[in-house]
Design a protein around this ligand. Sequence first.
Ligand code: NAD
Length: 308
Amino acid sequence: MAQLIDGKALSAKVLQQVASEVASLSAEHGIKPMLAVVLVGEDPASQIYVRNKMKRASEVGIGSREYVLDAGITQDELAQLIDALNNDADVHGILVQLPLPAQLDEDTVIESVHPDKDVDGFHPLNVGALAAGSDTVVPCTPQGCMIMLRQIHSDLSGKHAVVIGRSNIVGKPMAMLLLQANCTVTIAHSHTQGIESLCRQADIVIAAVGCRELVDADWVKPGATVIDVGINAIEIDGTRKLVGDVAFDAVSQVAGAISPVPGGVGPMTIACLLLNTTGAVKRQLPRTFDLASGTVNKPIRSYCYVRS
Ligand code: NAD
């Protein structure tokens, strides 16, 4: 039987780290991190995600403000709100819950969030920095997957990782992070041929598709590590249940380690969002002079950012 990678237990450790960072920010700088969460419309899944994020934020001492906007809001109206949040010194992180209603252009919205307040790591400047291997904000879900992988592999160097899915929020940044960890990375997607045999060669499989139990036991090399990012809602005997992209019971018989759904990547994603929020505060700290060392502590990065 595969070792279970318990995202719930691991996320509790990450949240402890966030809580201690929040305490340091308060003690050393008198700052309470503040996350602004923007929700457009009444998508029930988005409402649940937002509620969970705000609940966890409050548990670790991060303040949060929710902005609920009508589904029919215009691009300009949303831009005005984001502009105000960008210029609000009390707000350190801005999260716009995706997906957005069809009349809104997601790329424009993502670009309108100041890169230093981008806690999702979706802004093109942050995406570019990640691709270049620079120190930057890392998208929450792939970041959570990396923490999970490091529980199993102290050294990822030379491992062959197959990432199934090439979205901007999971697949692509996941592949970048694995590459930075010196893995050999294959990205598979809906047009990939022979996906089963590719997966069978992998030491690590990351499934981020949104297709119920796509990865079966005969896709997995004995002893491989399997991380299931997928969330698929199904109904069994009138009861709603969440399942992943991996056939958990069957793959558990073959894999060396496996993450479950629920209780795997989901809680890690939220914990990493809060980690990114304290990271955003640090990026926005003013320049200080350290008398002891005689050095100037700069904010990690700063941008001249003009939105027309
Ligand atoms: P997406 O729809 O943007 O991308 C899906 C990807 O899967 C695409 O790149 C597509 O090419 C690929 N794909 C589709 N069918 C395929 C097939 N049959 N074989 C191989 N590849 C195929 O989705 P996403 O936003 O990347 O999310 C993927 C899944 O992860 C969804 O179930 C989503 O709900 C879940 N998710 C979970 C978390 C979490 O916190 N646990 C976070 C983000 C996304």
